[in-house]
Ligand binder design. Structure first.
Ligand SMILES: NC(=O)C1=CN([C@@H]2O[C@H](COP(=O)(O)OP(=O)(O)OC[C@H]3O[C@@H](n4cnc5c(N)ncnc54)[C@H](O)[C@@H]3O)[C@@H](O)[C@H]2O)C=CC1
Ligand SMILES: CC(=O)C(=O)O
Ligand SMILES: [Mg+2]
Length: 371
């Protein structure tokens, strides 16, 4: 198969779909690998590193979109990229379609077969291709909150760890999954007072054991969310209903009950956000203010630390990517967890959460690809 990796074009996105080490493995499997020039610049990988791995460097993304059987990326295709995708071509990347009707329409019109990293599953009920970036974003979320809390950045002027004789800041994490757990580790490490809200009692038992009394857990009801958010210095939005648009758990009305200069970090923004007042921002301009509350809503947080996150992402995407390159659509029929990643095929929506969120008929994935 011809496998192509264009340079990412989203704002301040420095990750790359294939590292040189991954390119080398595709080549070892007998595939031809095309890399857009400078695609790896953000992680310090030169064109010559890809050439040494056996890949061919091409001058622009157009050749990749026009000729590759499979396109491997990081972020959802941007409008100029949808237009170049083709029927019969595989697209393997993050998509986050439920809150993004325009992109969904673009992919459907292109006829492409699109596999979304974020809906590939594993045997333990996890999301193995989302998890590494959730780990990164969870850890980053506390850095982002601490920074935004500084007075000169528009925040309350609270130091999360406090100092001897002064109480620490209060961090409230809504959603105790991968993002939530990693955020809690960082917040605890800084010495903050940490509360995690979740709807899953088994998950809160795990977190309670893991943090050995160092975090509070609380069942997530609208009342609990309101009480916690009102007392918080920083709130991390980390909920997920896989594939679906995020539920709006903090409403605009609640902002007036919060402390002025408190910070909301909406990590769930890539699924539309879990705060009513959120809208996606970029690393160039990450925050905005509503009713005196600072909002940080960057949809590609791991793009800020591409050396760490491109490697972590490739560690997870490589085995499934090789299966797709080796076996094409048959790889989906052979692995229900990879099949769960199929969101769009030849003009049809094949993921239930996306179909429900956007009002499309659901096409059964197996019959859609003729399995
Ligand atoms: N902005 C960015 O750059 C990035 C965003 N993300 C996003 O972060 C979000 C969270 O991802 P993960 O932690 O991997 O998901 P996860 O599935 O591991 O955890 C989600 C948690 O939310 C909980 N939850 C569901 N409804 C809830 C409610 N009403 N109240 C409280 N908790 C609730 C679930 O029980 C679960 O524990 C996703 O939308 C993901 O796409 C992930 C990586 C990067
Ligand atoms: C998960 C995601 O959207 C990201 O890593 O950018
Ligand atoms: Mg996005």
């Amino acid at each position: 198969m011809r496998v192509g990796c264009p340079k990412e074009i989203k704002n301040h996105e420095y990750r790359v779909g294939l590292t040189p080490a991954s390119a080398r493995e595709y080549v070892a499997h007998g595939h031809e690998v095309l890399i857009e020039t400078a695609a790896g610049a953000g992680i310090g990988a030169a064109d010559s590193d890809y050439e040494a791995a056996g890949a061919r460097i091409v001058a622009d993304a157009a050749e990749i979109f026009a000729t590759a059987d499979m396109v491997v990326k990081v972020k959802e295709p941007q409008p100029g990229e949808w237009a170049q995708l083709r029927e019969g071509q595989l697209l393997y990347t993050y998509l986050h379609l439920a809150p993004d009707p325009k992109q969904t329409e673009g992919l459907l019109n292109s006829g492409v077969t699109a596999i979304a990293y974020e809906t590939v599953t594993d045997a333990h009920g996890g999301l193995p291709l989302l998890a590494p970036m959730s780990e990164v974003a969870g850890r980053l979320s506390i850095q982002a909150a601490a920074h935004a809390l500084e007075k000169a950045k528009g925040g309350r002027g609270v130091l999360l760890g406090g100092v001897p004789g002064v109480a620490p800041g209060k961090v409230v994490i809504i959603g105790g999954g991968v993002v939530g757990k990693e955020a809690a580790k960082m917040a605890v490490g800084l010495g903050a007072d940490v509360t995690i809200l979740d709807r899953s009692l088994p998950r809160m038992r795990e977190l309670n054991d893991l943090f050995a009394g160092r975090v509070h857990t609380r069942f997530s009801t609208p009342t609990a969310v309101e009480e916690e958010v009102f007392a918080a210095d920083a709130v991390i939005g980390a909920v997920l209903i896989p594939g679906a648009a995020a539920p709006k758990l903090v409403t605009k009305a609640m902002l007036s009950g919060m402390q002025k200069g408190a910070v909301l970090v909406d990590v769930a923004i890539d699924q539309g956000g879990c705060f009513e007042t959120s809208h996606a921002t970029t690393h160039a301009e990450p925050t905005f203010e509503v009713d005196g509350i600072v909002h940080y809503c960057v949809a590609n947080m791991p793009g800020a630390v591409p050396v760490t996150s491109a490697m972590a992402l490739n560690n997870a995407t490589l085995p499934f990517g090789l299966a797709l390159a080796d076996h094409g659509l048959a790889a989906l029929n052979a692995d229900p967890h990879l099949m769960a990643g199929l969101n769009v095929h030849r003009g049809k929506v094949t993921n239930r959460a996306v179909a429900d969120a956007l009002g499309y008929d659901l096409a059964d994935p197996k019959s859609a690809i003729g399995g």
